[in-house]
Design a protein around this ligand. Structure first.
Ligand code: ADP
Ligand code: MG
Length: 250
C-alpha cells in the first residue's frame, strides 16, 4: 500500500529525511516510533501530499506520490489530481482540528458533501454510521466544545473514515489527551485494524504497538534505525539508539 525507497526531504538547508526505505502492506498496522524531531510527521506529510520529497520514490497503492505515469513518462500532478489522490488517505492529527461551529455529525458530513458532492441525506446517513462506529451515536448533535478531548478525537477519526479512505495516517493521535481518555481512542483504532484498514500510526503507546501492530519501525535523525515485529523490537532491540529511546518511553 505504501512503498518508500530512498526518500529524502529537506527544508532549505535542513536535511530531515535521509533516505527512508520501508513498505506497508495492505491491511497492515504499521507503527512508527522515534524521538521528537526525527522526521515522523514529515514522512506522514510526504505520504499525504502535504510535502514534496526531494529524492527517492514514494508510492501509495502503486501510484507515485505527486506524479502520474503515462507511456513510461512522469508528469507532475495538477492540483485537482493531488486533491483526488488525497481523498483516498485519511489523516488524524494530535490536535483534533474539528470545525468549532459545526456539530459532530456536521463535521463528519462536511468533506463528503463539499469535496465529493454527495447529497446531504446520504452523507448524513453515513456520518451517523461512522459516529456509531466510534461509539458516539448519542453525541451527533453536540458541538466540539461540548465533547471531551477523547470524544473530539473519535469524531476526527469518524470524519476521516467518512471519505472511505484506503489508508489511514495517525500522527500521535492520543498525545494531547488526558490519560483516562486515551483508551477509548485506542479501542476505536483497534476496531479499525480488526476491520482490515491499512494504518500507519505514529505513537508513543507501546502497548498499542505491541498488541495491535504488525510492524514497528524506529526512526531517528531521518533514517530507519530498526524495524521488525513490534514484540520482537520492543523486547529485544538491536541498536543502541533504539535501546536508549525505549528505556525512556517504556
Ligand atoms: P517528529 O514528528 O518526528 O517529531 P518532524 O517531522 O515534525 O519530527 O520534524 C523533523 C524536523 O523537521 C524538525 O527539526 C522540524 O523542525 C523540521 N521541520 C518540519 N517541518 C518543517 C518546515 N515546514 N520547515 C522547516 N523545518 C521543518
Ligand atoms: Mg511529529
Amino acid at each position: 500500500m505504501v512503498k518508500a525507497e530512498g526518500v529524502h526531504k529537506s527544508f532549505g538547508a535542513a536535511h530531515i529525511l535521509k533516505g527512508i526505505d520501508l513498505e506497508v502492506a495492505p491491511r497492515e498496522v504499521f507503527c512508527l516510533i522515534g524521538p521528537s524531531g526525527s522526521g515522523k510527521s514529515t514522512f506522514l506529510r510526504c505520504i499525504n501530499h502535504l510535502e514534496k520529497i526531494n529524492a527517492g520514490r514514494l508510492s501509495v497503492d502503486g501510484e507515485l506520490v505527486g506524479y502520474r505515469e503515462h507511456k513510461g513518462k512522469l508528469y507532475e500532478l495538477r492540483d485537482k489530481e493531488v486533491a483526488a489522490r488525497r481523498r483516498d488517505i485519511g489523516m488524524v492529527f494530535q490536535r483534533f482540528n474539528l470545525f468549532p461551529h459545526m456539530t459532530a455529525i456536521e463535521n463528519v458530513m462536511e468533506a463528503p458533501v463539499q469535496v465529493k458532492g454527495e447529497s446531504k441525506a446520504n452523507a448524513r446517513e453515513r456520518a451517523a454510521t461512522m459516529l456509531d462506529r466510534v461509539g458516539l451515536a448519542d453525541k451527533a448533535g453536540n458541538y466540539p466544545s461540548q465533547l471531551s478531548g477523547g470524544q473530539q478525537q473519535r469524531v476526527a477519526i469518524a470524519r476521516a473514515l467518512a471519505m472511505e479512505p484506503k489508508l489511514m495516517l495517525f500522527d500521535e493521535p492520543t498525545s494531547a489527551l488526558d490519560p483516562e481518555l486515551v483508551g477509548d481512542v485506542l479501542d476505536v483504532m483497534k476496531d479499525l485494524a480488526a476491520d482490515g484498514m491499512t494504518m500507519i500510526v505514529v505513537t508513543h503507546e507501546m502497548g498499542f504497538a505491541r498488541e495491535v501492530g504488525d510492524s514497528l519501525v524506529f526512526m531517528d535523525d531521518g533514517v530507519v534505525v530498526e524495524s521488525g515485529h513490534p514484540r520482537e523490537v520492543l523486547a529485544n532491540p538491536q541498536h543502541e539508539r533504539t535501546k536508549s529511546f525505549l528505556s525512556k518511553v517504556l
